[in-house]
Design a protein around this ligand. Structure first.
Ligand SMILES: NC(=O)c1ccc[n+]([C@@H]2O[C@H](COP(=O)([O-])OP(=O)(O)OC[C@H]3O[C@@H](n4cnc5c(N)ncnc54)[C@H](O)[C@@H]3O)[C@@H](O)[C@H]2O)c1
Length: 276
């Protein structure tokens, strides 16, 4: 008896036969999302700006998980590219069951101070973080609604929910970007918009069986310097930054039938940052 029940609960998180698309799929968090979805049995489309990077990751994940994983590049700052990309997905796979809008842009000048922030940088970030989400759901959402099922997962940030504590960036350094970091206003603006768009979509397609939720990560340790890590961690009730794989449970929950009645919510995985 216990075994039967356990078996049924395990199945709640399975994604066999589902087609899952992850934008920003080759990024720091995206690659883990793609792996987890493949491990749960989904056919996964790794979508990112560089076709070679998508292909390399797709081949690696296919070999390691045995799932069908495909790389399909898209330039999320271009409407034409998104339209062609969505068509290619639907032409090949016929459907999308899980759409994870995870990509975010760090355009040139991203970390400039507000006083000198260029409108061009602002617009470039807006294009990927907000406009592309609209375009991706415009192109891939209707098929979900027609079939009467689907899960759209939009990635926000704690800075779309609360303001950054500007003090934590003093002395920061991020090797990957070769400089100091901060959270520019466009990041908060776009991530707040992601939460709003999520709620909108939840009521728009909810009646047709399509769920839409947000996954909101807190700061993930990925090469920030010790000074930043300490200042950030001191603000977290759990006293540390997140590890990349700590977002996976939330993703699998939102992607699968485990969350079949969860719609329009923001699942915040931040060690308690937004709790005080
Ligand atoms: N890492 C964190 O600490 C953290 C915290 C909170 C929220 N987030 C959010 O999680 C998501 C993933 O973050 P990450 O840390 O993996 O960042 P990342 O920069 O490693 O990944 C973002 C991906 O988006 C892709 N991308 C950017 N512009 C694109 C375009 N025009 N076309 C196609 N792809 C494009 C990039 O190539 C990159 O692979 C983002 O939405 C980010 O805002 C991250």
């Amino acid at each position: 008896m216990t075994e039967t029940i356990q078996h049924r609960y395990d199945d709640l998180f399975r994604l066999d036969g589902k087609v899952a698309v992850v934008t920003g799929g080759a990024g720091i968090l995206g690659r883990g999302y793609c792996r987890a979805l493949a491990e749960r049995g989904a056919t996964v489309i790794v979508a990112d700006i560089n076709q070679a990077a998508c292909d390399t990751l797709a081949a690696q994940l296919a070999a390691e998980t045995g799932a069908a994983v495909r790389g399909l590049a898209v330039d999320l700052s271009s409407e034409a590219s998104i339209v062609a990309w969505a068509k290619a997905i639907l032409d090949t796979h016929g459907r999308v069951d899980v759409l994870m809008n995870n990509a975010a842009a760090k355009a040139d000048g991203f970390f400039a101070p507000l006083e000198n922030y260029s409108l061009q940088t602002w617009n470039e970030v807006m294009a990927v973080n907000v406009n592309a989400l609209f375009l991706a759901v415009r192109e891939l959402g209707p098929g979900m609604a027609e079939r009467g099922s689907g899960s759209i997962i939009n990635v926000s940030s704690i800075y779309g929910v609360v303001a950054p504590d500007q003090r934590i960036y003093e002395g920061s350094w991020y090797a990957d970007l070769g400089g100091a970091i901060n959270t520019p206003m466009i990041y908060s603006a776009t991530k707040g918009a992601v939460v709003a768009m999520t709620r909108y979509l939840a009521t728009y397609w909810g009646p047709r069986g399509v769920r839409c939720n947000c996954l909101t990560p807190g700061g993930v340790a990925s090469g920030q310097n010790e000074e930043f890590d300490q200042r950030y961690s001191a603000r977290v009730p759990m006293g540390r930054m997140a590890k990349a794989d700590e977002m996976i449970g939330a993703l699998l929950y939102l992607a699968s039938d485990a969350s079949s009645y969860v719609n329009g919510q923001n699942l915040i995985v931040d060690g308690g940052w937004t709790a005080w």
